[in-house]
Ligand binder design. Structure first.
Ligand code: UDP
Ligand code: MG
Length: 316
């Protein structure tokens, strides 16, 4: 049976948050729709999350609850993918289990999709980040870097807290690449996205699973998944050095012809630059091929269609 609204909830060590989260969802959905389901993905939790999910699923028979338990911790990206795969809703919201993201906002996003058929996806953007100045600066630098280097436009300050229509869910699922960077995937698939502000709440219980190093690694996945520029850099550098060594050789030749000066040391230096440029160029050329392979193995669809009709199949 398909639902109107699915909530996909990645959970990693959230034992104390699951039940309060579900109660908050029930309250928020009350008055909006009965046709909703909650898809919990237990991402290999090491606390009592598994047991709690079981008992919550048993206790709240009035809510459709689906649980997928991973064999180990695969990360939030994998959990989101699994949750999207298992969801049946016409709308799907990805939301954290720690109540930092209010379920009321999910309902608000659902209402916006109800009211505005031309919108395909609503992204909730944090009004103000409760983070250190340094962290905010790092994140801003990251967003400007990825938006300059790649062809996609990543929404700054938007998390994975979004509500997608079914066609967007299918598009996201069609990107089955292993190294996933959802912020980029949401941008890459295109569609019409509306962003709305929301205020992040404090984590109800437990602690954040992110630290600076984890974020940095994630940021690198983001950049590497959307641009081959770093692989091509040696070509530019090698080309520059090649030009430099040629100019150097001409200058040294002139010295010799005009002034009769032969400086062996400078000739040697010039030769070294020339050789280094050849090495860099060949590394860069390999990088360019590798980039093509990298793009191909991701097996992204060549295009994503939003609609298709003939004048015979149109609803009039
Ligand atoms: N999460 C997950 N797998 C992980 C890490 C986190 O499923 O390996 C879940 C976590 O349970 C939470 C959400 O992803 O529901 C966001 O994680 P967290 O609250 O730690 O991130 P933050 O809100 O601090 O960015
Ligand atoms: Mg959190």
């Amino acid at each position: 049976m398909s639902m109107k609204h699915s909530l996909v909830v990645p959970c990693y060590n959230e034992q104390d948050n699951i039940e309060p989260f579900l109660l908050a969802v029930k309250q928020a959905m009350n008055g909006y729709t009965d046709s909703y389901e909650v898809v919990f993905v237990n991402d290999g939790s090491t606390d009592r999350t598994r047991t709690v999910l079981r008992s919550v699923a048993e206790k709240y028979v009035d809510v459709r609850i689906k649980v997928i338990g991973f064999s180990r911790n695969f990360g939030k990206e994998a959990a989101m993918y699994a949750g999207l795969q298992e969801s049946t809703g016409e709308y799907v919201t990805v939301i954290d289990a720690d109540l930092q993201q209010p379920p009321e906002t999910a309902v608000e996003m659902g209402r916006l999709l109800d009211a505005q058929p031309e919108i395909d996806m609503v992204a909730a953007v944090q009004k103000q980040r409760k983070e250190s100045k340094r962290m905010v600066a790092c994140k801003n630098a990251f967003y400007s870097l990825i938006n300059k280097m790649t062809e996609i436009d990543v929404l700054a300050d938007a998390s994975d807290f979004r509500t997608l229509r079914r066609n967007v869910v299918e598009a996201i699922l069609s990107l089955s690449e292993y190294h996933r960077f959802s912020k980029g995937l949401f941008a890459w698939v295109g569609f019409h996205t509306l962003s709305i502000p929301y205020t992040v709440c404090e984590r109800r219980s437990g602690e954040s699973k992110w630290n600076f190093m984890k974020l940095l690694r994630y940021a690198l996945v983001g950049i590497m998944s959307y641009t081959e520029t770093p692989l091509r850099l040696p070509v530019y550098l090698g080309g520059g050095l090649l030009a430099l060594s040629l100019i150097g050789a001409i200058a040294l030749l002139l010295c010799q012809l005009v002034a009769g000066l032969f400086v062996g040391f400078w000739w040697l230096a010039d030769l070294l630059i020339f050789l280094a440029s050849l090495i860099l160029l060949s590394v860069g050329v390999q990088g360019m091929y590798l980039g093509k392979v990298h793009t191909q193995v991701k097996q992204r669809p060549i295009y994503i269609a939003k609609e298709k009709y003939t004048n015979e199949t149109m609803d009039r």
